[in-house]
Design a protein around this ligand. Structure first.
Ligand SMILES: Nc1ncnc2c1ncn2[C@@H]1O[C@H](COP(=O)(O)OP(=O)(O)O)[C@@H](O)[C@H]1O
Ligand SMILES: [Mg+2]
Length: 146
């Protein structure tokens, strides 16, 4: 599905619909230019899952983790691989070990490396438009009305 959102509030509404579709265990790739709103989308998803604290960009921390209580989902990992230049660095993070059925993982810049170290279940593409953003969500196991 795809949707045009003019404001952060509209992004947050879409995020609310999005998280309802998650079962747990998904890896979600976030694709879009710097400033497209990838982190803002994750922030909206966490708010929709009841997380009340601050959600900061993992640009420098590489990975931020949050505990939530949203159905089967208890943990949310948020990664930003923008600064990664070596496959080894990512492998050293043992991302596979993080992949638990009660967790979901958001990954900004999953494609900085040629190697397919991240295999997303869902892709969220965000494009900046004159007025707002165009958000496209795609994935095999994923359906969203509208
Ligand atoms: N409709 C919208 N959806 C998401 N972000 C928006 C929207 N309109 C404006 N913005 C702004 O765009 C910026 C997106 O920043 P950020 O989420 O950090 O981008 P990225 O993580 O893709 O680099 C934020 O300052 C946000 O307020
Ligand atoms: Mg970001």
């Amino acid at each position: 599905m795809q949707k045009r959102v003019k404001t952060i509030e509209e992004t947050n509404l879409l995020a609310m619909e999005f998280v309802k579709m998650l079962k747990g265990g998904e890896t979600i790739a976030l694709i879009g230019d710097l400033g497209a709103g990838k982190t803002a989308f994750v922030r909206g998803c966490l708010a929709a899952m009841g997380f009340e604290g601050a959600v900061k960009s993992p640009t420098f921390t590489v990975m931020n983790e949050y505990d939530v209580d949203f159905g089967r989902i208890q943990h949310v990992q948020h990664l930003d691989l923008y600064r990664f230049t070596l496959a080894d660095e990512i492998e050293a993070m043992h991302l596979g070990d993080l992949h638990a059925p009660n967790a979901i993982m958001f990954v900004e810049w999953p494609n900085v490396l040629e190697e397919e170290l991240i295999r997303p279940d869902i892709e969220v593409r965000i494009e900046i438009e004159e007025e707002g953003r165009r958000i496209e969500i795609a994935g095999d196991r994923f359906q969203l009305a509208g």
